[in-house]
Write a protein that binds this ligand. Structure first.
Ligand SMILES: [Zn+2]
Length: 317
């Protein structure tokens, strides 16, 4: 990729979005296709003959009369909102580089902020589950570093966490030109060798070369079957500018400005979803228009998430 090419990537224009997802009928057809690519199939008897009833989101099997809602069992389950509002939310969450706050999302969708927050959290959960897919592990050369949300990365005691800061592992697969290609960001309770081994095993392919600054916990990288290349840089800001960590430092800079721009409160418990949103967008930045159908596809396969669960802290390694 040419230098700066990410900036000229074309997103989906508002006009094209309207053309593809602008009405309830269009959105229903898209979702129907994503859920049943070969047409409706009864989950009980596998029959295909059906009729559409009630609000036109319930499908009734002609053979056994089982009624199946288009959204039941998906992240959209029991929603009182129109599907087109959900598609608008997907549009705003995927097409802007910085992401969008729930306040701003509520304003754009014409819904109250708590509703926008719940929608955004559910869609971020979809992104999180997608990014945890084993087939998407990083390969080749990977820069890995310890990082923190809500504070200067060089501040405090490394590896121990500091009050008010949310520690996470940043892993960046680099392209031939040394630039960031794909990223993985994982919340970590503490930077220990054991945690690094566990996280590395989940996000990096065995045999990949992982470059770190040699902080003790990163020995866990080798335990996970990767080739560990510690580069001891000294400490402080000088280390952060070392060329071996150019890609990961660039990504961390971008995260920081995205978080500052869109998230006012520093609630630590939802950090994994925030990181997942950033990661999802970053890893798909070269194909922005495809993000909506892809996200929709995962959304119909992601289990419903009641509000009670949304409010809980997410799991992390
Ligand atoms: Zn049936």
């Amino acid at each position: 990729m040419a230098r700066g090419s990410v900036h000229v990537q074309k997103g989906l224009s508002e006009a094209n979005f309207q053309k593809l997802y602008g009405t309830e009928e269009l959105c229903r057809a898209v979702l129907l296709k994503l859920r049943w690519p070969d047409g409706f199939q009864c989950p009980v008897c596998h029959g295909r003959a059906h009729c559409v009833i009630q609000t036109r989101t319930v499908y009734q099997c002609d053979a056994c009369r089982t009624q199946t809602s288009l959204t039941a069992g998906t992240i959209f389950a029991n929603t009182k909102l129109e599907l087109k509002v959900w598609f608008q939310a997907m549009y705003h969450m995927t097409q802007s580089k910085q992401g969008i706050s729930s306040v701003e999302l509520g304003r754009r969708l014409g819904v109250r902020q708590p509703i926008a927050w719940a929608m955004k959290s559910k869609l971020a959960q979809v992104m999180l589950e997608r990014e945890d897919d084993d087939s998407k592990r990083l390969i080749g050369r990977v820069e890995m570093d310890d990082a923190y949300l809500g504070g200067e990365r060089s501040g405090g005691k490394r590896g121990r966490g500091s009050p008010g800061k949310t520690p996470f592992v940043a892993a960046v697969e680099t392209a031939k030109d040394g630039k960031a290609h794909r990223v993985k960001l994982r919340r970590v309770r503490r930077f220990t060798k054991k945690n690094i081994k566990k996280i590395t095993g989940r996000i990096v392919t065995r045999g990949a070369r992982v470059v770190t600054d040699g902080l003790g916990c990163f020995n866990g990288v080798a335990d996970a079957g990767c080739i560990h290349e510690p580069i001891v840089t000294g400490s402080g800001r000088k280390a952060a500018r070392h060329p071996a960590f150019r890609a990961v430092n660039t990504v961390l800079g971008n995260i920081k400005s995205a978080i500052v721009a869109t998230f006012r409160s520093g609630s630590k418990k939802h950090a994994p979803r925030r990181l997942a949103e950033f990661e999802y967008r970053f890893n798909r930045r070269y194909d922005l228009p495809a993000m909506i159908p892809r996200l929709g596809w995962v959304a119909v396969q992601t289990a419903p998430m009641p509000y009670r669960l949304l409010k809980l802290a997410e799991d992390y390694g």
